[in-house]
Design a protein around this ligand. Structure first.
Ligand code: NAD
Length: 248
């Protein structure tokens, strides 16, 4: 089993009740961190935290609402101390639609969760990180944000936004002790992928040279490396976790 040393660290994971976020919360906690699981599904967040143990807290929060995010980050800080680590996993795939079928509400919904939510969470933790001169932020983008997937204009755009804001914020806070990076995964075996059409998943897998889905645990290992003190010389970077799909 892979472990890192996160003793004494406080971590906030958005979207931590399921999939990649849950696997990351588990690995952070088993490596010594206090973890706060923020999720729009508050009951699932509490259940996930309960299963992890006393060093975990579940908080209901909708990342589309900055006030919700700020309140949840404050609640986590009251119990665990200010966040040393933020992992932004909250995200939705949206519906598999041809561009002409995407209505305004669908476009806005996907971008509100994936792009706005990531920005609100970063902004919520950054002030305290900068004051203390330490922080690790890891955002979860996607291969779709680099290459664009068909039937996924809103999702691809929102993930390109995550990569863009990671690059910007990483430079904005460079030298402060806070490092900001993201991962760009190819399909990972989570409930999100289970909800996509077969056509959509077949297309995505056909582009992956390693020809399989990643596991949430594989994603968590990459995230935890970027969230750890082993990472010292990358910021504003996008790391591929794509089974060979991405080449730039
Ligand atoms: P998942 O559906 O298993 O988990 C996503 C979590 O985010 C859920 O617990 C959900 O309740 C939460 N969430 C959704 N909307 C929210 C909101 N408004 N506020 C707070 N929480 C919210 O999905 P996953 O596959 O683990 O995805 C995690 C991240 O990884 C997402 O950002 C996704 O886009 C990204 N990603 C996933 C894949 C994949 O193939 N699974 C590939 C690349 C990137």
């Amino acid at each position: 089993m892979i472990t890192y040393d996160f003793s004494g660290r406080s971590a906030v994971i958005t979207g931590g009740a399921s999939g990649i976020g849950l696997a990351t919360a588990r690995l952070l906690a088993s490596s010594g961190a206090r973890v706060a699981i923020l999720d729009v599904d508050g009951a699932e967040a509490e259940a996930a935290a309960g299963a992890i143990g006393e060093n975990a807290l579940g908080v209901g929060a909708d990342v589309r609402a900055s006030a919700d995010v700020n309140a949840a980050v404050s609640r986590a800080a009251e119990q665990h101390g200010p966040a040393d680590i933020l992992v932004c996993c909250a995200g939705i795939a949206g519906r598999s639609l041809r561009t002409v079928e995407v209505d305004d509400a669908e476009w806005e919904r996907v971008n509100a969760v994936n792009a706005n939510g990531t920005f609100y969470a970063m902004r919520a933790v950054l002030g305290a990180m900068l004051e203390r001169g330490y922080g690790r932020i890891v955002n979860v983008a996607s291969v779709a944000g680099k290459e664009g997937n068909p039937m996924a204009a809103a999702y691809s755009a929102s993930k390109a936004a995550v990569i863009g804001m990671t690059k910007s914020v990483g430079k904005d806070v460079a030298g402060s002790g806070v490092l900001v990076n993201c991962i760009a995964p190819a399909p990972v075996a989570t409930p999100m992928v289970a909800g996509l059409t077969e056509e959509h998943v077949t297309y995505m897998l056909s582009r992956v040279p390693l020809a399989r889905l990643a596991t949430p645990e594989e994603a968590a290992i990459a995230i935890c490396w970027l969230a750890s003190d082993a990472m010292t010389f990358s910021t504003g970077a996008a790391f591929d976790l794509s089974g060979g799909r991405l080449t730039y």
